[in-house]
Design a protein around this ligand. Structure first.
Ligand code: NAP
Length: 301
């Protein structure tokens, strides 16, 4: 255990004070929000990270614990004596990461594992490497012998942060298939659901599908951002070849190919459906993209 990070958060987890929770992936988009919710609700939270100093600088709360998904001993130390695990991993080319964290959870006798997966697993037409990885990881969680819950979010609204530099510098949003829609979800809602599921009874053996309130396309998101920022923005459609070159420059080939397949499925309408998971668990409606944009306007200048 290497110290305590920044302040907790909203405290909306509800009724779960005192639960001892390990958050794997605690410095990431969803993990840090969950840590904030749980700390605010009075839980003891071990926030796993490979780099506690960076996590402190980034304001990640909870008790920061150095652990690596590739290092069994660090995971066993982190899980010892804990009651619940939020499992967030991020590398589709390392399915062993989920396996190792789960093994440590089983050895520690953790009472409940909550896994962040992806809604694409329910799409029979999705056979890309990211979706296949999540299907295998889900199966492992269901078969590990511990009580489990799976969260299946649609794309995070925070993906729009990738547009922030070009919005700030040139007033431009560039994306592939700009008219194709996605019922994207606010990561804050995913975190609120995770916190609730980790701290209240009745969620064992359940899968929750998490979307925003309605499908939205990149062109519409550009219009919303422009309204929120109070200035004109232009949308530019990115060609598929350009998107491929961009992703290929950033990611390993199978991952880049998965992003391309995912964009094609979105164009075909596979990601438009809305589900009731956020309301079902939290009792309130999911946030729309305009809500998310208002809370993140500072990143767009
Ligand atoms: N992005 C989307 O639109 C979307 C949509 C649906 C589902 N999902 C799913 O959501 C999950 C990702 O959630 P996220 O975006 O909140 O995560 P994220 O921002 O990618 O962060 C993941 C965290 O995992 C930690 N990590 C990575 N490798 C590690 C290792 N070897 N050992 C220990 N920690 C490690 C990193 O922490 P440190 O660097 O501090 O160690 C990182 O902060 C994935 O399973 C993804 O499939 C994402």
């Amino acid at each position: 255990m290497v110290g305590r990070g920044g302040a907790g958060g909203g405290g909306s987890a509800g009724g779960g004070g005192g639960v001892r929770v390990v958050v794997a992936g605690a410095s990431g988009t969803v993990g840090r929000l969950v840590v904030g919710e749980l700390v605010g609700a009075g839980c003891y939270v071990r926030a796993l990270t490979r780099d506690p100093r960076a996590a402190v600088r980034a304001g990640v709360g909870g008790v920061l614990v150095r652990a690596d998904f590739g290092d069994r001993a660090s995971l066993e130390r982190a899980l010892a004596g804990m009651e619940a695990l939020l499992l967030i991993t991020s590398d589709p080319l390392r399915p062993d990461h989920d396996e190792r964290v789960l093994e440590a959870a089983v050895r520690a006798g953790v009472g409940h594992v909550v896994k962040v997966s992806a809604l694409a697993v329910t799409d029979a037409g999705a056979g890309d490497v990211i979706t296949c990885w999540q299907r295998v990881c889900e199966q492992r969680v269901r078969e590990c012998g511990l009580a489990w819950t799976v969260l299946r979010p649609r794309a995070f609204m925070s993906k729009a942060l990738a547009w922030a530099p070009s919005v700030r510098e040139r007033g431009v949003v560039r994306a592939v298939y700009g008219s194709s829609v996605n019922a994207c979800v606010d990561p804050g809602d995913v975190a609120a659901v995770a916190a609730r599921v980790l701290t209240t009874p009745g969620h064992g053996g359940r899968c929750y599908e998490l979307t925003g309130p309605g499908p939205v396309c990149a062109r519409e998101q550009t219009r919303v951002l422009a309204r929120v920022l109070g200035r004109a923005l232009r949308f530019e459609e990115m060609g598929v070849e350009e998107a491929w070159r961009l992703w290929r420059g950033r990611y390993p080939e199978p991952y880049a190919r998965a992003l391309l397949e995912s964009a094609e499925r979105q164009r075909a309408g596979a990601k438009a459906g809305v589900s009731a998971g956020v309301r079902q668990v939290t009792g309130r409606a999911p946030a729309g993209f305009a809500d998310w944009a208002r809370r993140h306007a500072r990143f767009f200048g």
